[in-house]
Design a protein around this ligand. Sequence first.
Ligand SMILES: Cc1ncc(COP(=O)(O)O)c(C=O)c1O
Length: 355
Amino acid sequence: MNWLQRLTPPNIQELVPYSSARREASDGDVWLNANENPFPRKSKGAFAGLNRYPEFQPVALLKAYASYAGVSIDQVLITRGIDEGLDILIRSFCSADDQIIYTPPTYGMYRITAETLGVQSVATALLPGWKLDMPQVIVEAGDSKIAFLCSPNNPTGNVLKRSKVLDILEATRNQTLIVLDEAYIEFVPESSYVDLLSNYPHLIILRTLSKAFGLAGLRCGFVLANPAIIAILKKVTPPYPIPIPAVEIATAALSAPGIATMKSEVKLIQDTRADLEASLNTFSFVEWVAPSDANFLLIKVKDASELMTFLQQKGIVIRNRSSQTLLENCVRITVGSAEEMELLLTEMKAYEAQV
Ligand SMILES: Cc1ncc(COP(=O)(O)O)c(C=O)c1O
């Protein structure tokens, strides 16, 4: 039994996935195998052909993402956002007596997804400076099926140090799956860990079109991993996960002009982030602004709920993160358009004048 078989619960090893009509036959002229309605809807473009089921893993989109990410198509699984990727990963590799580890403050869905599926979750909190508690992470990861790391991390905005991630990957070889959530990687592309996939077969990278690509409403994400892991995840993936319009829109976003648009918006957001950071640092009620490599800023204020209430009354919605580990009186602000940031800063000045 190899290391990956050892990590895969017996029910998943033995599972023969549902053999959908579309996967059994992809070629033909008269389609009578999937109980579809033969009458095409009268729509154009992305909405044409909706009387038919989509491909299980649409090849055009697989190719587009693989080319964008610099991997091969058998290293890619398309999911309905990273959130579905988390669900598929935990269902594929964890049984009730397994555990996952995560490093709060971080994205909440690692823990919630594990708990929803009856899998234990162990928290190893970050240390000051949002650093990984290395000895503890390595010990807990050793006892876990999956370790979830996030870089840039939400809500702290920092990237993980490459040498630390390498130490974790070395220590957990053949033992634990290391998942790196790169939802915000387009804001700091040089920090991606995708180049390590070929050296570390237990590394899994999660990507999404929800952030820099501006398609949160589309629900399209990707799992990047070695082909043997992708093959296991495919067993657990529903037969027709990606709607046809989503495939067309996502594939267009990954074309050369689509990527160019994304990059120019990233640049705008980075510039706006720098201006916002400088302005936030001038307020007397702001204790610190965490440097960020993503499209948001985490700040510590004197009274987070008071600020939230004030801004809410003005119609401005930011996120209170005070309930999270280490984040008392912290709020997270998404970097919006320059106009939105101006409105925010005007209201923050009004708040400052009254406290
Ligand atoms: C770190 C991180 N991962 C994943 C997600 C969810 O991504 P998706 O929209 O692809 O499900 C978010 C959303 O805020 C996030 O911050």
